[in-house]
Design a binder for this molecule. Structure first.
Ligand code: PLP
Length: 393
């Protein structure tokens, strides 16, 4: 007899498949920006390794050396005895990199966002007696939404990058007690467009709100030395080492008081094992390389401009992307699946991004460029896509 659990599982999976929304991990092997999948090598246009650092010899060497020297595990959470000198030294470097007073490492960006927001709500309750007021962009990453869910607070969600809507919500809630936070991404992960952080700072100042910026897709890629777009403007910045820095982990930067507070109240920091030496070594090496990668960053942006131009020429819609992340909008999930499968057949690895990651009817191919792609490869990609999109008359 089928148990109630198995019955429910089968039902929900059947429904997902019927809606073309079923997902599963693809096992791949990686070499440079090539991906071995289903018996052949494909060119990677899907991953977040924007600068190709995940296989850079300098990072690999330091990760291996630190593992050799200090072991494979940190053996405890940070507040027990998992904090090594390496953590503290790296946090000082990360704070300098982001021009902030202090930094705090987390195991992942997901963990940082989901535990920061509940911690900030505790702060609001203790200091004002009321829940925090969260003003969040509608297209914020799932981890930011989950942070609000974990904190049991209702978000005031503004239309994507619509600062008039944000201003209206801030005005509406202006006299409400509770600490106010404006939360957004600097580069949106599925759209590749940017938030206007200067304008957000002005609004934050006007309404006495703190500005919380997720720089997962800007760190390493944009701003001087790859510092991102929020330097000097945000009160709280979260960055990941799992994308352009080619490793794993995340870090919060802000005031000394912010980091001291989070070290006490952010559950994802307090109750989780500290990052191990090899991971710290890779982050440390990536940071050291950052100032020398200016021409790589520029070349990446030029390739993205080239690709957007060429895609527009064949009639493909790429939304408002201005970065290395370029969505090719196809609407329905089934179209995205067909197109991704076709490109894989023809030598490019890219994934169909479907709801619930993106809103209904906005399924897309998310092209994520890396520095190793050549213009010829991009031309070939466009010529494959040209068969699908009509050329404007
Ligand atoms: C905007 C944004 N924030 C946070 C995360 C989570 O980071 P991590 O992959 O390190 O958990 C991601 C990852 O995709 C992201 O795109």
């Amino acid at each position: 007899m089928t148990s109630p659990l198995q019955h429910s599982l089968k039902g929900i999976l059947q429904q997902r498949r019927a809606e073309h929304l079923f997902r599963q991990p693809y096992p791949v092997r990686r070499q440079g920006n090539s991906i071995f999948y289903n018996g052949k090598w494909l060119i990677d246009v899907a991953s977040n390794d924007y600068l190709g650092l995940s296989h850079h010899s300098f990072l690999r060497k330091r990760a291996a050396e630190w593992a050799e020297c200090y072991g494979t595990g940190s053996c405890a959470s940070r507040l027990v005895n998992g904090t090594l000198d390496l953590h503290q030294q790296l946090e000082e470097k990360l704070a300098r990199f982001k021009h902030n007073e202090a930094a705090l490492l987390f195991a992942t960006g997901w963990q940082a966002n989901t535990s920061l927001i509940p911690a900030l709500n505790i702060l609001s309750r203790q200091s004002t007696g009321h829940d925090a007021l969260i003003f969040a962009d509608r297209l914020n990453h799932a981890s930011l939404h989950m942070g609000c869910t974990a904190a049991a607070i209702r978000q005031h969600r503004f239309r994507h990058n619509d600062l008039n809507h944000l201003e209206a919500l801030l005005t509406q809630e202006a006299s409400r007690p509770g600490l106010k936070f404006i939360i957004t991404e600097s580069v949106f992960s599925m759209d590749g467009d940017r938030a206007d952080i200067k304008a957000l700072r002005t609004l934050a100042d006007r309404f006495e709100a703190a500005l919380y910026i997720d720089e997962a897709h800007a760190t390493g890629v944009l701003g001087p030395d790859g510092q991102g777009l929020g330097c000097g403007l945000a009160d709280i910045t979260i960055s990941t080492a799992s994308k352009a820095l080619g490793g794993m982990g995340a870090f919060i930067t802000g005031s000394r008081e912010l980091c001291d507070f989070l070290a006490n109240f952010a559950s994802g920091f307090v109750y989780s094992t500290a990052l191990p030496p090899s991971v710290l070594g890779a982050i440390d090496a990536a940071l050291e390389l950052m100032p020398s990668l200016e021409s790589t960053r520029l070349a990446l942006q030029h390739k993205a401009e080239f690709l957007r131009r060429e895609l527009a020429r064949i009639g493909a819609k790429t939304g408002l992307s201005t970065t290395q992340i370029i969505p090719v909008m196809v609407g329905e999930a089934s179209n995205a699946l067909t197109l991704a499968a076709y490109l894989r057949e023809e030598g490019f690895f890219c994934t169909a991004i479907r709801p619930p990651t993106v809103p209904l009817h906005t399924a897309r191919l998310r092209l994520a460029l890396n520095a190793e792609l050549t213009i010829d490869e991009l031309r070939r990609l466009v010529s494959l896509l040209a068969a699908t999109f009509r050329t404007p008359s």
